[in-house]
Design a protein around this ligand. Structure first.
Ligand SMILES: Cc1cc2nc3c(=O)[nH]c(=O)nc-3n(C[C@H](O)[C@H](O)[C@H](O)COP(=O)(O)OP(=O)(O)OC[C@H]3O[C@@H](n4cnc5c(N)ncnc54)[C@H](O)[C@@H]3O)c2cc1C
Ligand code: SF4
Length: 571
């Protein structure tokens, strides 16, 4: 029998995962005076080596396109070699499955900071109504907390990580503590004017990118490559903004290459620590702690809870409600593109900016009767910023010639196509959940997840509305709408498969009733009071706003509560 190596030390807290939820918990708990062991499945991150925002194509083995041009294959654009490391749709040795009839894609990252090294930095607050949706329209459930409970933490997070934006007093998109926004690019001026023509508000975007220095981090120098990481940490990642201050306290033990397998439970039903696979030695090790914080990302956290079976918790720890893995949601996503002839005539000038959009459309039809519940916002991209991988492939298919005339054709058409992406709210449904696949294990023998996923008519009608709106914006600008979608088929109105928007949440939701929820309003397990889940698993609904700012705010709030309870000796 393999030997299990136990740590002699008992930490105050063991955290699993170093992304948004885990990084924030590590910072708050260590700064609050607790000793913390942070288990991270991936390797350490060295921004100078791992981030490639200033690397040229000829410096990379496949000019960035990956082995056999992997990144050029449809749907794999986020796996090119320029991007921040170890984020991918497939991780070797770590499979997952989908149930017959379901489609679900799962983008995971294995490195310190997790997917905060990859994210688009769109940082939006939920609105007050987003916390009491059931009261509003009868669907889904209300959260056990209100906007007023979270607002002070939104303030703290924005002030600490740095988010640009503007005060708009827009009901569906609450204002925050903002740095000044960057100037609009000319493509964004065109889109904004078109939106205004059709009565749709288009306001400065809200991104976690510094436009002014903050806490020793410099302002963005507008290289426009946030997806590749940022060596100078002008944008937010847990690896560069949350983990370093936790390390500075001297109370953080960061253990990388540590794949958590099971949460250990004592005879009294309390979490005692975490058992993990040390990837370097393939040995099983144990960390003992007085409290455990799980933040491995919503579905990994559900997997860990479900795999933590004991005589006290035969269906997985903290799962007496049977709801771990249930209520899985992603954002509704549908995209479109338009050709804008006026861009051909724009004189060459500098289009640089942050590595994301500088304008967006907040949900604006909240005061109307729509064909679908809830709402969506619109993200915008394109124009003449730095070309990406494979940008000119189609052009070379369409344009004949070579040398100067081909270059001229490239210059003329480059940046004339701009994209619009809707991000909307999914209503949780009983057909969308994850569970342990009884037939599969990963390379370390840990049972893996199987996904079930289904969009309902609500989401499909929303995707239809998105398509109509995109067309109206493009045509208002005098452009041609290029996207064709089908009302039927596998992806009606271009609705993306589940998981593709990478906003999966809800798998260990909070609620007032231990019979129907896993956590209380402080992300603390109803069943196990020294166990917390501080990633998107706790979400009760998935408003149109991207989830990460709220994960950060809820994790900070849960960590403050944990600190308070620890001081009172309640854990
Ligand atoms: C390309 C991209 C763009 C995105 N854009 C946006 C955006 O603009 N706005 C937004 O709000 N969100 C965006 N997101 C989503 C955002 O990245 C996630 O919401 C956020 O990172 C989730 O934080 P987390 O802490 O839950 O998980 P993660 O950031 O995924 O971190 C989880 C960590 O846990 C580790 N881990 C997993 N399992 C184990 C285990 N068993 N043992 C030990 N460690 C483990 C992982 O290695 C990882 O480091 C985007 C994501 C991607 C990939
Ligand atoms: S655009 Fe700004 S924040 Fe993004 S990588 Fe470049 S310098 Fe960093």
């Amino acid at each position: 029998m393999p030997q299990v190596i136990r740590s002699a030390k008992v930490y105050d807290v063991c955290i699993v995962g170093s992304g948004a939820g885990g990084g924030m918990a590590a910072k708050v708990l260590t700064e609050g005076g607790l000793s913390v062991a942070l288990l991270e499945a991936g390797p350490p991150l060295n921004p100078d080596k791992d981030f490639k925002e200033h690397v040229w194509p000829y410096e990379l083995p496949h000019r960035g396109a990956g082995v056999a041009g992997n990144a050029l294959k449809p749907g794999n654009g986020m796996e090119n070699e320029f991007l921040a490391p170890t984020g991918a749709w497939t991780i070797e040795g770590e499979p997952y499955s989908t149930a017959p009839g379901s489609k679900f894609r799962w983008f995971r990252s294995r490195i310190v900071g997790g997917r905060t090294n990859h994210w688009g930095r769109i940082a939006l607050r939920f609105a007050p109504v987003d916390f009491h949706v059931k009261t509003h329209d009868g669907l889904g459930d209300d959260w056990p907390i209100t906007y007023e409970d979270v607002a002070p933490y939104y303030d703290q997070v924005e002030s600490y990580i740095g988010v640009f934006g503007t005060k708009e007093n827009f009901p569906s998109a609450p204002d925050g503590i903002f740095q000044p926004p960057p100037k609009l690019r000319c493509s964004e001026v065109i889109l904004k004017a078109a939106c205004e023509k059709v009565g749709i508000p288009c306001i400065p975007a809200r991104l976690a990118v510094l436009t002014r220095p903050l806490n020793g981090r410099p302002a963005c120098h507008y290289c426009g490559q946030c997806g590749r990481g940022c060596r100078v940490a002008a944008n937010f990642s847990s690896s560069q903004v949350l983990i370093p201050p936790a390390q500075k306290t001297g109370r953080l033990t960061l253990i990388t290459g540590a794949m958590a397998r099971e949460i250990l439970v004592g005879k009294d039903g309390r979490a005692e620590g975490v058992s993990y696979i040390d990837k370097a030695t393939l040995s099983e090790k144990r960390i003992h702690a007085k409290a455990v914080v799980v933040a491995a990302s919503a579905c990994e956290s559900a997997r860990l809870l479900l795999n933590s079976k004991s005589s006290l918790f035969p269906d997985g720890i903290a799962n007496t409600s049977g709801t771990v893995g249930r209520y899985l949601m992603d954002s509704v996503g549908s995209s479109g593109a338009g050709y804008f002839p006026q861009m051909e005539k724009i004189p060459p000038h500098n289009h640089d900016g942050t590595g994301g959009m500088h304008v967006y459309v907040p949900w604006w039809k909240f005061d109307r009767q729509n064909d679908f519940p809830r709402g969506y916002h619109i993200e915008m991209g394109g124009g003449r910023d730095m070309p990406g991988i494979g940008m000119f492939h189609d052009l070379c298919d369409d344009v004949e010639g070579y040398g100067a005339s081909l270059k001229q054709a490239c210059r003329k058409s480059y940046g004339t196509v701009m994209g619009l992406s809707g991000r909307g709210e999914m209503i949780p449904n009983p057909d969308s959940f994850c569970e342990i696949d009884p037939d599969r294990v990963d390379q370390w023998g840990i049972p893996t997840l199987r996904f079930h996923f289904k969009w309902s008519d609500h989401e499909i009608k929303m995707a239809k509305d998105m398509q109509q709106t995109f067309r109206s914006i493009v045509e208002a600008a005098g452009g041609t709408y290029l996207t064709k979608t089908d009302p039927d088929g596998e992806n009606p109105y271009g609705i993306a498969d589940g998981g593709v928007i990478i906003h999966e949440i809800g798998t260990a939701r909070m609620g007032p009733d231990p019979k129907t929820s896993v956590l209380n309003g402080y992300c603390q397990a109803h069943d196990v009071k020294n166990l917390f889940v501080t990633d998107g698993a706790s979400f009760v609904s998935n408003p149109d706003k991207n989830p990460t700012l709220t994960i950060l705010a809820l994790s900070w709030r849960a960590s403050d509560y944990l600190l308070e309870q620890a001081k009172k000796g309640n854990l």
